[in-house]
Design a protein around this ligand. Structure first.
Ligand code: PHE
Length: 454
């Protein structure tokens, strides 16, 4: 069995966990989901899910990981031997693997947009074409991510990049990368926020994003908000269990979870305030916008209206790429840690076993918008099917399993001890967290999922 590694510093472990949480989920998926679910009402449900369900379940995952110092499957094997609980851990690994298949694809698009920003191709011919920018960027997007081989190749490059980072070990590379990338991402987002909010007609977008229309809330909205909350906090796929197994004994789990949750919400809200004013200002909310591609058309439009579009575009997509990669590495780390811990694989063998098959799987998935656009499973493209099945089904299932286990079946006192660092912290909110994990989380998740399917 491999020697358990630990994060090098307090800041580093927070940056790595925040790095896992903040990614395409906040910047790309959140605005798309908000748009698909009618705006502000979705935002409110999402924040409610983060606070009431996300934070407690995150704490359950942290306690499980640090309490066992094992991978997602091993945690249950250690704490609940001779039982079937390990299946929850296995489902977490499955969820991680399903998500990584399409996450690599979107990261590939991000890389392609970065390359096209640096090279200027994305913005060629935009001068004087203000009136037709939407059409132009939609067409560019179709060329970049809708053609047959291009997206596959960029996806492969991203997978190769992940292999290199993961082979080098996560801690140093990722910790250091996250320490620099996360503050920078905020600076860029802040700048874009100012630009977007000063566009003519921006207030309409702000109203759309912040003024809720509760008649839009249906069961689909609720399940989507839950899925988004879990996804954006990296819950329900063993990532937090795996990362927490690298936390030192002195880490304050409660404080860490609040920091992670708040930064994640903050980035999502900032993205909403960037995207929606721009969408409304440019009159882009027509049917032609496909959720998954929202930021790849709208943001270039914003940039094209600024001086030096390629510069802002380069900065943005570079940072998005970094944010995405700090997440891809964390997702890959789940099956890698399991192969190392469970089957005794060397780091190298585990990394290659997890990532090489992705060359084929993500490659095929990336054709969902091009060569395989007409191939559907239950009416969804491969890409949409993987996204839907993982976020609306697997993540809630795993989150519920973890809440049930930590709430009712884990060794007595484990949760309270982990949350109070074995009595060294006062932990006044522990009873509340325990109650949320025991009662509210399983019941709420079950109800949401059941109502979604009847
Ligand atoms: N939380 C990440 C995001 O918002 C995605 C992610 C999912 C990361 C699962 C790790 C595990 O982009």
């Amino acid at each position: 069995m491999s020697e358990k590694q630990q994060f090098a510093s307090k800041i580093g472990l927070i940056a790595a966990t925040v790095g896992s949480a903040i990614g395409l989920g906040n910047v790309w998926r959140f605005p798309a989901e908000t748009q698909a679910n009618g705006g502000a009402a979705f935002l409110i449900l999402y924040i409610a899910c983060v606070l009431i369900l996300g934070v407690p379940v995150m704490l359950a995952e942290f306690s499980l990981g640090r309490g066992s110092r094992a991978d997602s499957i091993g945690a249950f094997r250690k704490l609940a031997p001779h039982s079937a609980w390990w299946i929850v851990g296995l489902l977490g690994v499955v969820a991680a693997y399903v998500i990584i298949i399409y996450y690599m694809v979107v990261t590939g698009w991000t890389l392609e947009y970065l390359v096209q920003s640096v090279d200027g191709g994305l913005y060629s011919g935009t001068e004087g074409a203000e009136g037709s920018l939407a059409g132009l960027f939609t067409e560019r997007m179709n060329t970049y991510i809708g053609s047959f081989w291009r997206p596959v190749i960029f996806t492969w490059i991203v997978i190769a990049l992940n292999i290199v980072i993961l082979l080098g070990g996560v801690q140093k590379g990722i910790e250091r990368l996250s320490n620099i990338a996360m503050p920078l991402l905020f600076v860029i987002l802040l700048f874009m926020l100012v630009v977007s909010l000063t566009l003519p007609g921006a207030s309409e977008g702000v109203v759309y994003f912040l003024d809720p229309d509760f008649s839009k809330i249906g069961t689909r909205t609720v399940i989507s908000a839950l899925g988004q909350a879990l996804f954006s906090l990296s819950i329900g796929m063993g990532v937090l269990v795996t990362y927490a197994s690298y936390y030192p004994a002195s880490t304050r789990l409660g404080r860490t979870s609040v920091i992670v949750a708040l930064t994640s919400v903050l980035v999502a809200v900032m993205m909403g305030l960037i995207i929606f004013p721009a969408v409304k200002s440019f009159g882009l909310d027509g049917e032609s916008m496909r959720g998954a591609t929202l930021i790849f058309v709208t943001l270039p439009e914003v940039f094209a209206r600024l001086p030096l579009p390629w510069l802002w575009s380069t900065l943005f997509f570079a940072l998005l790429l970094v944010a995405a990669v700090t997440s891809t590495v964390s997702i890959c780390e789940v099956p890698i840690a399991s192969l190392q811990d469970r089957l005794g694989y060397s780091r190298r063998r585990a990394v290659l076993t997890v990532l090489l098959p992705l060359m084929v799987l993500s490659g095929v998935c990336s054709m969902s918008f091009g060569g395989l656009a007409d191939f559907t499973i239950f009416g969804y493209t491969i890409f949409d099917f993987l996204d839907m099945a993982s976020t609306n089904l697997l993540l809630p299932a795993v989150a519920m399993g973890i809440a049930l286990y930590m709430g009712w079946f884990a060794p007595k006192g484990l949760l309270a001890n982990e949350l109070s660092n074995y009595g060294t912290l006062r932990g006044r909110s522990i009873p509340l967290v325990e109650a949320l994990i025991r009662y509210l989380a399983p019941v709420a998740i079950a109800l949401i999922v059941i109502f979604n399917y009847i």
